[in-house]
Design a protein. Structure first.
Length: 228
């Protein structure tokens, strides 16, 4: 496994998205795009037209996290538009197998997300349908929240389920990821890290990405699970 850092554009300047994306293009692996509809979560952000426009102005692949009430209807469109990964929420999807397969058929990796209060075990049977499992480490909806340590046992359990399943499934964490918390996430088994404020509030966002990567790699090496 390899550590991957996905700066969240939720913490960027929405009036300068292309410029903000360029600030991390040299060190980030992905751009994480939080799509919120004001229904599934109490916030409204960007949608498909902005994603399509941003794809024209960044070399980084887009990781679209759909925090929306009807992912079955909309998720395949994000994949068709060119997003490299599209993640839907277990709490919102009505037909998970069909929708995850539709995302893959449209050319993207398929991700499944669970909120802090959602148990992971009931979704183990869906692992053959996913390329990434996202464990939220804050309540979804707003950036800048504090990391919830109480979710770490779920991250460890998710890693156990992935190991039992076999194959290459990424384990992503999103929410409150900083240089102070990323090590605990890596030690728990995560290998893809979404960081917003920790990157875009830094004086040098590209350097912040690299510092996060270094911390995650070091933590993984210490626990022997070594994302590298």
């Amino acid at each position: 496994m390899t550590v991957q850092i996905a700066p969240s554009m939720l913490a960027a300047d929405f009036a300068r998205l292309a410029d903000e994306a360029a600030l991390v293009a040299s060190t980030a692996d992905w751009l994480h795009i939080d799509v919120m509809d004001g229904h599934f979560v109490p916030n409204l952000t960007i949608g498909l037209p902005v994603v399509a426009a941003l794809l024209k102005h960044t070399p980084l692949p887009l990781d679209c996290h759909l925090m929306i009430a009807e992912p079955d209807r909309w998720a395949p469109d994000y994949a068709s538009a060119g997003a490299r990964n599209v993640t839907i929420h277990a709490e919102a999807v009505g037909a998970p197998v069909r929708t995850l397969r539709a995302i893959r058929s449209a050319g993207a990796r398929a991700g499944l997300a669970v909120n802090p209060g959602t148990p992971i075990d009931p979704y183990a049977e869906l692992l053959p349908e996913v390329d990434m499992l996202l464990v939220m480490t804050v309540e979804p909806g707003f950036g800048g929240q504090g990391f919830l340590d109480l979710v770490l046992p779920k991250v460890r359990r998710a890693r156990e389920l992935i190991a039992r399943h076999g194959g290459e499934i990424w384990l992503q964490v999103d929410g409150g990821v900083t240089e102070e918390t990323i090590g605990r996430c890596a030690e728990a088994g995560a290998d893809v890290f979404v960081a917003g404020t920790a990157v875009f509030a830094a004086q040098e966002p590209a350097a912040a990405v690299q510092h996060l990567r270094t911390s995650a790699v070091a933590a993984g090496s210490r626990c022997g699970g070594a994302p590298g």
